[in-house]
Design a protein around this ligand. Structure first.
Ligand code: SF4
Ligand code: SF4
Ligand code: SF4
Length: 213
């Protein structure tokens, strides 16, 4: 297979856990990355071009992260915050049982969601038959600078995007900066490590999402 100069991965298609459709984002991002001609860029910086030189990007449809986004240069994970509606709670306890983070407490008036523990995985909305817990805000959690190897590190939180267009701009703008400003022999991971906090235009936090890896 032709080396395109990057690795773009996604998680399982049609997964019932997914809270964010990723196929259009994947296709568009793939085309944009091809247009950047990254293999030629890598050839100018490294000889030979090896696997660890290639930019790595992973998209996951939910916080479970099956495509291992948090060890990639660019980590893109879907989230969907729970929203408490006016529908009366049936006190069935399904949401409490379905929340792997113990982030829901049943009270006589309904439920309380503990925002500091909630990962916005969407499980509670799916099991709540009364619609008391309904889908809230949906978007992408973005992390940057993950890698494996001699000095492994998890990607660190870089912000959130509500639209696919914002995600694409975040990845391609960062890569264009690397192409223009990266030093000879400087790997992308090291370039990003030094500028992870300078990503512009993305919200630093969300009221419902705990950004910790
Ligand atoms: S990351 Fe979430 S949506 Fe993707 S395959 Fe895993 S569980 Fe399914
Ligand atoms: S969205 Fe939050 S509260 Fe609901 S199941 Fe997931 S972690 Fe628990
Ligand atoms: S919020 Fe929904 S799932 Fe949770 S206890 Fe009430 S009715 Fe059941």
């Amino acid at each position: 297979m032709k080396n395109l100069g990057f690795k773009l991965e996604h998680c399982r298609p049609n997964c019932p856990k997914s809270v964010r459709k990723w196929d259009e984002l994947y296709e568009t991002l793939n085309h944009k990355l091809i247009d950047l001609n990254l293999y030629t860029v890598q050839e100018e910086k490294f000889s030979p071009v090896l696997h660890h030189h290639l930019p790595k990007i992973a998209i996951a449809g939910c916080p479970n992260g099956c495509s291992q986004p948090d060890i990639k240069d660019f980590s893109i994970s879907g989230y969907e915050s729970p929203r408490i509606s006016d529908n009366p709670c049936l006190q069935c306890g399904a949401c409490v049982k379905g929340c792997l983070e113990n982030a829901i407490t049943l009270v006589p008036e309904g439920v309380i969601i503990h925002k500091d523990r909630c990962l916005a995985c969407g499980n509670c909305q799916k099991v709540c038959l009364s619609g008391t817990i309904a889908p809230g805000e949906s978007g992408w959690n973005l992390r940057i600078g993950g890698r494996v190897g001699r000095h492994p590190r998890f990607a660190t939180f870089a912000g959130q995007a509500l639209t696919d267009a914002e995600v694409i701009a975040w990845v391609t703008d960062s890569l264009e900066d690397y192409i223009k400003q990266g030093l000879p022999h400087e790997r992308l991971t090291h370039f990003l490590e030094n500028r992870a906090n300078s990503i512009q235009g993305l919200r630093a936090s969300c009221p419902f999402v705990n950004p910790s890896p």
